[in-house]
Ligand binder design. Structure first.
Ligand code: ATP
Ligand code: MG
Length: 406
């Protein structure tokens, strides 16, 4: 019986883990400098949290959640982490701190989706959330942080797309307008879009179904309807955001059809897309979610954040090599080899020896693969109390005494 990793999950092997460290270390450094504190919340939460927080008209809640019952309690593996962070923010009274309260997180998320390139069932996100600032400078700071982080990974060829979804008032009229334009070809759309039409028509624009996308094109949907008409407050917020981004030298494109898959967004939404990925090209998605803290039982608290898909980031970064060992001990005297190995480690070096006392040529072959130096401890060396140290990059050999080495 060959048990394999479940469909849509992947092992991250030692040969790949260097890239993950690189991504996570950059995140940690950049977020620390910007005053974001790391938060680690549970991988499962009350199902209710996501139903209320993510929204029960979203694909995530309707089709993609891993939900299970334990002791009559319905629990769900987190499909995203904003709801969990908001829950923790309320549970630990972070609202008493003077704003802004800024968090970042990393970890696995779970969505029952059709696995394909760039889409898994267990995947990882790195994200930030910022609470307590109404002004568009917070939106701009978040976008800037994402861009800075992506740059630190050596990624370019990225496009920042922004849009404003306004508030509920701004959206009311737009929803009707959208429904009117869609009505003539509604019958041809997928089942999801048909139900979105009644519950949340905006999200039809986020449909990934090819048939729907073809119908939008054939009916010139995107030419027919303009973007959301924003109320004075939402409009001024959006103008301010663009002003900040320009002042910060962040290039962006406006996409009036950018709607995002979650229900909680208000005003600003944005995505960062890579031009080097196939159809799953979004590496970062986020926006403002001023209503969510209240939805989850708190006072009205403006908030903004984003999440990035680490697998998608990783696929854009060349494979990084792990650092080689400082020393590999080549010897047929196991006792002396293990003693020297331990001593070197105590002195702060990384070191290994050959557990099988194989031929020196075999040991040296292994050493050159995994270490920077080989320390040869042969009969002659042991008898006369010296070491032969071979630099495995230049092949230079030197005779050394133990004291010189450490
Ligand atoms: P998509 O449009 O690609 O489905 P989304 O709108 O569902 O993305 P978000 O919920 O905003 O994505 O998550 C933020 C980021 O997490 C995405 O931009 C993407 O990089 C990554 N992501 C989302 N779902 C998956 C998945 N199933 N597998 C791998 N990465 C994912
Ligand atoms: Mg999705």
């Amino acid at each position: 019986m060959n048990i394999k990793a479940p469909k849509g999950t992947k092992d991250i092997l030692p040969s790949e883990v260097e890239n993950w460290h690189f991504i996570e270390n950059n995140a940690k450094e950049i977020f620390r400098k910007a005053g974001f504190k790391e938060i680690r919340t549970p991988i499962f939460e009350d199902t209710n949290l996501f139903e209320r927080g993510v929204g029960d008209t979203t694909d995530i809640v309707n089709k993609e959640m891993y939900t299970f019952i334990k002791s009559d309690r319905s629990l769900t593996l987190r499909p995203e982490n904003t709801a969990g962070v908001v829950r923790a923010y309320l549970e630990h009274n972070f609202f008493r701190e003077s704003p802004p309260v800024k968090f970042w997180y990393k970890g696995p998320m779970f969505r029952y989706e059709r696995p394909q390139a760039g889409r898994q069932r267990q995947f990882h996100q790195i994200g930030v959330e910022m609470f307590g600032v109404q002004d568009a400078s917070a939106d701009a700071e978040c976008i800037m942080l994402a861009v800075e982080f992506l740059k630190s990974l050596g990624l370019n060829n990225l496009t920042v797309e922004i849009n404003s979804l306004g508030c509920n008032e701004c959206r009311k009229e737009y929803k009707e307008e959208l429904k009117k334009s869609i009505a003539p070809f509604l019958d041809g759309l997928c089942e999801d879009c048909k139900s979105r039409y009644e519950k949340n028509p905006l999200r039809i624009l986020d449909c990934k179904n090819e048939i729907c996308n073809k119908l939008f094109e054939e009916n010139n949907l995107k030419e027919k309807i303009a973007g959301i008409k924003l109320c004075p407050e939402c409009s001024s917020h959006y103008e301010k955001l663009k002003m900040y981004l320009t002042a910060l030298n962040i290039k962006y494109e406006e996409n009036t059809f950018l709607v995002r898959g979650l229900d909680y967004y208000t005003k600003t939404v944005f995505e960062i897309k890579s031009n080097n990925l196939g159809s799953q090209n979004a590496v970062c998605g986020g926006g403002r979610y001023d209503g969510l803290v209240q939805t989850l039982g708190g006072e009205f608290t403006p908030a903004v954040g984003w999440a990035m898909g680490v697998e998608r980031l990783n696929s854009l970064i060349p494979q990084r090599e792990g650092e080689k060992l400082d020393y590999f001990i080549v010897s047929n005297n196991q006792l002396e080899a293990v003693k020297l190995t331990m001593l070197l480690r105590q002195k702060g070096y990384s070191a290994e020896f050959d557990y099988n006392s194989r031929k020196f040529s075999k040991q040296l072959e292994k050493a050159s693969k995994i270490a920077k130096h080989a320390v040869i401890l042969g009969e002659d060396e042991l008898k006369n109390g010296y070491l032969t140290v071979k630099n495995l990059v230049t092949s230079e050999q030197e005779i050394k005494h133990l004291e010189d080495l450490i």
